[in-house]
Design a protein around this ligand. Structure first.
Ligand SMILES: C[S@@+](CC[C@H](N)C(=O)[O-])C[C@H]1O[C@@H](n2cnc3c(N)ncnc32)[C@H](O)[C@@H]1O
Length: 249
């Protein structure tokens, strides 16, 4: 995926390795302000989106969060056997403190932590009842490979739930790009008190991100069934995808 010139720099299927390594550094730089900027740029909706996704799991399930970041989602997964995966050791360090701290206060066993990318998950086939990806799918180097790996580690009948910035079509994407290039930049500058904050680069992942229809088709190509993906109300900023690994292949 080195050459994106044929699409004018737009490659919804992935990110080349140099750009991805730079992106990882920018994501690590967001850690101290991550939750605050998210809250402000989504009018507090990120909390509702996380709850919406969390509510898909039922007690006792074995779940994996791919791209757990600093643990903003995983810390509130209650009554579940949780594995957190992220390629960044910095993110995992923060997540471990947050997630295990919350689990300990609820009398739960610590979560498991895996330092890896979605495209190469060092875990057994048919392991998880559910896989979550919150605001990390957009950052995968190779989205189809990541989806295939998630499919492999899901149990037959298991479900994938993705929540990420929404792009229904080109026109909606244009609105999102304007939002990312203006309001998000002002908020990040206000919170970080820095002119050169990491959200400057992070806006690119939205520019290069594909539409909901594009990823629904990709999920079907990988083998998922009952694939759905729709914008979440009230602001239509995020999309939630749901897809199921068939019970028998
Ligand atoms: C914006 S954070 C999301 C954090 C968290 N899931 C949340 O709910 O806010 C994105 C995370 O995805 C991770 N990531 C980036 N590329 C990835 C890949 N190829 N596979 C898995 N995770 C990846 C980053 O390291 C980062 O921690």
């Amino acid at each position: 995926m080195g050459d994106r010139s044929a699409t004018g720099g737009y490659d919804p299927s992935g990110i080349d390795i140099d750009a991805w390594e730079k992106l990882e550094l920018q994501l690590e730089e967001t850690i101290p302000n991550y939750d605050r900027v998210n809250r402000l740029m989504t009018f507090g909706q990120d909390k509702n989106w996380r709850r919406n996704v969390r509510n898909h799991a039922s007690s006792g399930m074995k779940v994996l969060e791919v791209g757990c970041g600093p643990g903003s989602f995983a810390e509130d997964l209650v009554g579940l056997d949780v594995t957190c995966l992220d390629p960044s050791s910095e993110m995992l360090k923060v997540a471990k403190v947050r997630v295990d701290g919350a689990r300990q206060s609820r009398g739960e066993e610590p979560a498991k932590y895996v330092e890896a990318i979605a495209e190469s998950i060092p875990l057994e086939d048919n392991t998880f009842d559910m896989v979550f990806c919150l605001f990390s799918f957009r950052d995968f180097q190779d989205k189809k490979k990541g989806l295939s790996e998630i499919y492999r580690v899901l149990k037959p009948g298991g479900r994938l739930i993705i929540c990420d910035a929404g792009k229904a079509n080109w026109f909606h994407g244009l609105g999102g790009r304007i939002w990312m290039a203006t309001v998000v930049q002002w908020i990040a500058r206000y919170v970080t008190k820095k002119k050169n904050h990491p959200w400057k680069g992070l806006a690119n992942t939205y520019t290069q991100y594909g539409t909901n229809g594009y990823y629904r088709n990709m999920m079907k190509d990988v083998g998922f069934q009952d694939v759905q993906g729709r914008l979440l109300w009230p602001f239509l900023m995020a999309t939630r995808f749901r897809a199921t690994k068939p019970k028998s292949e």
